[in-house]
Ligand binder design. Structure first.
Ligand code: C2E
Ligand code: MG
Ligand code: MG
Length: 415
């Protein structure tokens, strides 16, 4: 099993410097892979029996593994879910997938991982042979991209609180256009923090702290207040735009939030039909009763409900059954490049067909280039959003952008 006689005598890389993590729920496999890796010359090998234990190895980023051998069938956190956590943590190393499943399953998981832009050196079917493992490992090179990048700084709750008090949060707005006609149908509000020293700070650097630090209601209220004022200004200027805001599930734990949204919207003089509330599916939660009540009542008040990042969580179907969503946003990982990738396209088609059967409007996120746009035009999806159409922009820039878009539009719908 551990014979190394057939292995190349001269290693093209210095395996002893690679930090390897092995994640497998079977202790026997862990011991075996550990032994094979050591025989192959890897000196830094850490083994973990669960996804949680392996994630703990990603902190601090400076000592992250360069390479993870990942068993895709594990009882609690399976390999695909583990990969999502790697994406969230901006893992910049490589993966080798290991499984007893047949080749097709391994290949499709591999494509899924690649769609998340994580490097995959390949897959190993069990039983693992040292020869095959050596071939895969030797793809590793200490090039700058595979050196863990410094993580973007995240901000603590007290810093965010101070920023809110000082009025440093602002909204940018990203247009959404009808795929068939090219008409601008609305915008999504995306919060930004104009930091006095660090410049523009993006939501993934502070939403988590806001949720954990009990500040998310305050943040959402700030975003909503700005968005409603902007919606009212556009309405007064004769622009008919639906304005979306992102809700965190943490917002949906108290009925006060419902009253707040309803009252503020009434006060702003904006019809609730013009406000879209986007909820991220992957964070839809354990006790669903209160969120379900709040969302259902918001719908009864005629707000539009949208399920965001669809396809990235694990219980999407039951949420679609229980919550009366009007709109389904297909996650950008299934959109950008779907025209060239069978797996992404399968996910895209399945999400779109669900939206159609449930009579929801479909929105494709992450339309980044002309090829994505052409793909969408042929797909039957209702609405497109992404850099190809426009990047998020300050509210005051939207009217000019619409004027420019109207000039581009004929070329995009009659190519
Ligand atoms: P999201 O709601 O799915 O928003 C779309 C994100 O994709 C935005 O990132 C947007 O700038 C980015 N995006 C748009 N078009 C493209 C494209 O063509 N390609 C690529 N690669 N990306 C594109 P952003 O603004 O950094 O926001 C990230 C996430 O932060 C949002 O994802 C949303 O979940 C959350 N977020 C933003 N604003 C708020 C907010 O006010 N409250 C809460 N709770 N979450 C927010
Ligand atoms: Mg959104
Ligand atoms: Mg999204």
């Amino acid at each position: 099993m551990t014979s190394t006689t057939t292995l190349p005598k001269v290693c093209p890389i210095n395996r002893s410097t690679i930090r390897v993590l092995v994640l497998d729920d079977e202790p026997f496999m862990l011991r075996m892979l550990d032994r094979i890796l050591k025989n192959l010359g890897c000196r830094s090998v850490v083994t973990c029996e669960s996804g949680l234990a392996a994630l703990a190895q990603l902190d601090p980023p400076s000592v992250r593994p360069d390479l993870i051998l990942l068993d895709i069938n594990m009882p609690n956190m399976d390999g695909v879910e583990f990969v999502r956590h790697l994406v969230d943590r901006h893992y910049a190393g490589a993966l080798i997938l290991v499984s007893g499943e047949d080749e097709r399953v391994l290949q499709s998981v591999e494509r899924l991982v690649l769609a998340h832009k994580i490097t995959v050196f390949g897959h190993l079917s069990k039983p693992v042979t040292p020869e095959r493992l050596a071939v895969l490992i030797d793809q590793w090179s200490p090039k700058p991209e595979s050196v863990p990048k410094a993580l973007k700084r995240t901000y603590a709750a007290h810093e965010l609180h101070a920023a809110m008090v000082r009025g440093q949060l602002l909204n940018h707005y990203q247009p959404k256009v009808a795929v068939l006609s090219g008409e601008v149908v609305g915008v999504e509000s995306l919060v930004r923090w104009q930091h006095p020293k660090d410049g523009m700070v993006f939501p993934d650097q502070f939403i988590g702290s806001a949720e954990q630090g009990g500040l998310i209601d305050k943040l959402t209220r700030t975003v909503l207040t700005h968005a409603l004022a902007q919606a009212r200004a556009w309405q007064d200027a004769g622009l008919s735009l639906r304005v979306a805001i992102n809700l965190s599930m943490e917002n949906l734990t108290s009925l006060n939030f419902l009253d707040y949204v309803v009252n503020l919207t009434t006060l702003a003089g904006v019809p609730p039909q013009k406000i879209v509330l986007e909820v991220t599916e992957s964070s839809l939660m354990r006790d669903q009763r209160i969120p379900l009540e709040i969302l259902t009542r918001l719908r009864l008040h005629r707000f539009c409900l949208s399920i965001d990042d669809f396809g990235t969580g694990n219980s999407s179907l039951s949420q679609l059954r229980d919550i009366p969503f009007d709109e389904l946003k297909i996650d950008q990982s299934f959109v950008h490049g779907a025209w060239a990738n069978d797996t992404q396209r399968a996910m895209f088609d399945a999400s779109l067909s669900l939206a159609k059967q449930l009579k929801m409007e479909s929105v494709a996120e992450g339309v980044e280039d002309r090829a994505d746009w052409n793909f969408l035009r042929a797909s039957g999806c209702d609405i497109a959003q992404g850099y190809f159409i426009a990047k998020p922009m300050p509210g005051h820039a939207v009217q000019n952008w619409i004027a420019d878009w109207e000039k581009r539009r004929p070329l995009l719908i009659h190519p």
